[in-house]
Design a protein around this ligand. Sequence first.
Ligand code: UD1
Length: 419
Amino acid sequence: MDKIIVHGGATLNGSVRISGSKNSALPILAATLLTKEPCIISRVPDLSDIHYMLTLLSELGCEVERASGTVTVKAEKILTEAPYDIVRKMRASVCILGPLLGREKKATVSLPGGCIIGDRPIDIHLKGFEALGAAVLVQAGNVKVLASELRGATINLRSKFGSTVLGTDNVMMAAVLAEGTTVIDGAAEEPEVVDLANFLIKMGAKIEGAGTRRIIIEGVKELHGAEHAVIPDRIEAGTFLIAAAISGKEVTLKRTDPAHLKSLTGPLIQAGLSITSRRDEITIRADGTRRPLELETMPYPGFPTDMQAQMCAMLATTAGISVITENVFPQRYMHVAELKRMGANIELQGSTAIINGVAKLSGAPVMASDLRASAALVLAGLQAEGTTEINRVYHIDRGYESIDEKLNSLGANIERVKV
Ligand code: UD1
């Protein structure tokens, strides 16, 4: 198990290229199950979660080829049962349910594992499949969905925490091959849902309204192969923006999409950072002074839950009192205990973190507990006095392509140690 050692105090400067989006690539790769013809997906990031998805597709019988960032999948003959051994490693495996149900009218997948960010049910995905006419059976740790035919329906996918991203993806992927019209109300509006819809449209699906709360899908008989380039990863980009806000002088993100990052750049500007955007680039300038913030996480276009931990790391050393409320995953605060070990002053009151900014954090051995929490610890380490040793970094490798090398290219001093 690798360790990351961050030597604090470096100043970041220069430019960094943003990778393709993990959360887009995963459902898009799953969607290749919808056709027998080959699909070519480019700008696929090199991450362990992507590796699990490609292994899963191979185990299901797909021919999978990968040449640097381009993946070709041909799902000519496929199985409909996913092996537990792979599924347990990645929660996003659940998004093969929709395409398998759409194409083969049946699927069996183990209940998902993945990030430990509280209770993560899939009841709304299953409710959506039932509305399309599938029977759902949860038994011995597996979810089984089965239909003699799928029929379009009007479905509301909103949960008490807002819309569901993978739930919207899953139901959309099943509905593209259903008979008749499906209306998804309360749909997730995330750019990754739009990216998946655009890929499905290239495959011959009829979808309108992706990116709004209502998606309308006209079922078609079959889909064909297509080529698609995955959108830039807005969470990776956001993580680098916060790294620069904490330790930067001037950092430019290249190959990103500024429009997807407004809910983060807005608060950063409010905190006193200078940010300019051009087409696919964002430049952030930091002078070390920041103002505290009051924020709450919301589904897109609100402030993303996937940026909450990194924002906590920044606010931990921002003078004054900041308040963050986590509405999407109310228990997503595993990073707080670790940040406190580094000297942060953070009090949790239910799903709200009250952060009293301190002048300095100090390096300490800390434990990565989930993907974004791990990123927050790296960011905390950048600004800490001394060295921060982050254990269990496999969490960070699930979602960040060479984060240590990319930060080092900007001037950070991070070592990766094989243990
Ligand atoms: C996706 C992202 C994840 C991000 C999250 C919210 C991927 C691979 N992962 O996860 O990085 O943090 O969106 O932006 O794209 N819920 C239910 N029942 C369900 C489904 C969800 O109650 O059937 C609840 C969840 O517990 C959570 C909220 O709805 O409180 C949002 O979850 P959801 O949008 O489904 O997250 P994911 O799609 O799993």
